[in-house]
Design a binder for this molecule. Structure first.
Ligand SMILES: [Zn+2]
Length: 292
């Protein structure tokens, strides 16, 4: 159990560490407003998440959750010149200040054995916050997000929604982003308390990618932060799976969130990530026993 107590984990389906562009920031078009400007080194996953998990324990581990999960030390965050200063500030004020605090603002949170409830929930703001992370990954050229780059074709839909702070793609046809981008959230716990909740809350995963068995089942992206897994499903129009999508972890358009609790070992990626991390943190086996 001591193994978990000073550990922070970053895991995902990638293995490279942080990438900071050191080139000269000549004028280039901002990915959001399109104007030629000096661009900031933008974080794909909001900086506030990393700042929090690095607080008190600067050692991060990145775990590759593939067929053979491995944990390596890492500085965690991916960075690229994407946005001008004004757009970076706009994202932070409009979406990130709210989205990165949602799960830790204790005055709005209560829970029972099965669910966490978050009151004063701002559905549209939070939805667009999650979409802004996906959008950043899609317009970047970082190889860690290569599975998400195909979403760049959706930029002409996502970009105006993010700028205008709306889920409405077309008022005329009443089409919305949340008609086919479905977001759900689950609270990760250990019912046996072998892993303290504070440790689970300190685990963070980068944006990872998965695909259904058929095109109708869509693609999905997920990340874990503050002890919650956020899952984003994208479906093609008229998908039968989309029509029947009503999981109890769905984020709904109402003024509170009701998030089911799930044991960490019921989610394969989390279970394997935890196991790989425990192995990485295990003390080196002693050598030369019996020669003292
Ligand atoms: Zn801009």
């Amino acid at each position: 159990m001591a193994l978990w107590q000073t550990t922070t984990l970053v895991f995902g389906s990638v293995s490279a560490g942080g990438q900071l562009e050191k080139d000269n920031p000549a004028l280039r078009p901002c990915k959001l407003c399109g104007e030629n400007k000096n661009l900031c080194n933008s974080h794909i996953i909001p900086k506030a998440f990393f700042r929090r998990i690095k607080d008190g324990d600067p050692q991060l581990y990145r775990v590759t959750v593939d067929s053979d999960p491995i944990a390596r030390s890492s500085n965690g965050d991916e960075i690229q010149r994407l946005l001008c200063f004004e757009c970076e500030q706009f994202f932070q004020r409009t979406y990130e200040d709210y989205g990165t605090e949602l799960f830790i603002n204790q005055k709005n949170i209560c829970e029972n054995e099965d669910f966490v409830f978050i009151t004063r929930f701002q559905y549209e703001k939070y939805y667009l916050f999650i979409i802004s992370i996906l959008w950043r990954a899609s317009v970047s050229t970082l190889k860690n997000f290569r599975e998400i780059h195909s979403l760049i074709s959706a930029n002409k839909i996502l970009n105006p929604c993010l700028r205008l702070q709306t889920l409405n793609i077309s008022l005329k046809n009443n089409i919305r982003l949340d008609d086919f981008i479905k977001i759900s959230a689950t609270r990760i716990i250990d019912p046996q308390d072998n892993i303290p909740q504070s440790v689970i809350d300190g685990v963070m995963s980068g944006l990872s990618f998965g695909r259904g068995n058929s095109p109708e089942e869509g693609v999905h992206y997920y990340f874990m932060v503050d002890g919650y897994i956020i899952l984003i499903n994208l479906y093609p129009p008229n998908s039968p799976t989309l029509k029947n999508w009503h999981p109890k972890c769905a984020i709904k358009d109402r003024t509170y969130l009701k998030i089911p609790k799930i044991p960490y070992y019921e989610i394969k990626e989390v279970k394997e990530g935890m196991a790989a991390l425990a192995q990485a943190r295990a003390p080196e086996p002693k050598r030369g026993r019996g020669k003292q």
